[in-house]
Design a protein around this ligand. Structure first.
Ligand code: G3P
Length: 229
């Protein structure tokens, strides 16, 4: 059985860095190990090295700049995140959009370095063109639902079903759905609609018991996958 893809984007929540960042990451890793389901955590750039040293679950950057070595003050290059221990990067998140040529360059460089990329799309129409760039996965997220607590799988299920149809046009690229995912039921629904997994932020990062939320997500994801067999 192919495991579900669970991607937790830490964004810049107050527990995304420092000791709190370490604490939540250890809790997430424990759930991942308990269920044998890999969970990707997408962390602030400053935390990549530290978390990669102490965790076995894949640590991603939240963004990279499609630039080459040289005079680029403040730049975070694909080579830098690799050196810090990242397994991959999110790209083009609605909160950190980049141009199409930059997405292309970043996806290619990331792949050449042996890392993974998850490219965000804010509408299903962009799923096919972005998938042609051959990232590892596309994360479809209607921006208006991000952080809303209203799940894409319930509020706009047609976005997922259309995105699933688009991703089928390209071989070897996964489709993840996100925005407003809050409950296990939201996760179940997303996978039932054809997504390979989910992306989430606020429901986990703002919870006082993030491990319980993540556990519920995994249980429901596995249930949905089992049901589809
Ligand atoms: O990258 C995932 C994220 O944008 C979803 O955010 O808070 O709606 O789970 P949230």
């Amino acid at each position: 059985m192919k495991p579900p893809i669970i991607l937790i984007n830490y964004k810049a929540y107050e527990n995304s860095y420092g000791e709190k960042g370490v604490e939540i990451s250890k809790k997430i890793e424990k759930v991942s190990k308990d269920y044998g389901v890999p969970i990707i955590i997408s962390v602030p750039a400053t935390m990549i090295y530290k978390l990669s040293q102490i965790l076995e679950i894949p640590v991603y950057a939240q963004h990279v700049d499609a630039l080459r070595h040289g005079a680029h003050t403040g730049a975070i290059l694909p080579e830098m995140i690799k050196d810090a221990g990242a397994k991959g990067s999110l790209l083009n998140h609605s909160e950190r959009k980049i141009r199409l040529d930059e997405i292309h360059e970043a996806v290619t460089r990331i792949r050449d370095l042996g890392l993974e990329s998850v490219v965000c799309a804010d509408s299903y129409e962009l799923v096919h063109p972005l998938a042609l760039l051959k990232p590892n996965a596309i994360l479809i997220e209607p921006p208006e639902l991000i952080g809303s607590g209203r799940a894409v799988s319930k509020e706009k299920p047609e976005v997922i079903t259309r995105a699933v149809n688009e991703i089928k046009k390209v071989e070897g690229v996964y489709l993840i759905a996100g925005a407003g995912i809050t409950t296990g039921e939201d996760v179940y629904k997303a996978i039932e609609l054809g997504a390979d997994g989910i992306g989430v932020a606020s429901a986990v990062m703002k919870s006082s018991t993030p491990e319980k939320i993540v556990e519920d997500f995994i249980i429901n994801a596995l249930k949905a996958i089992d049901r589809k067999k």
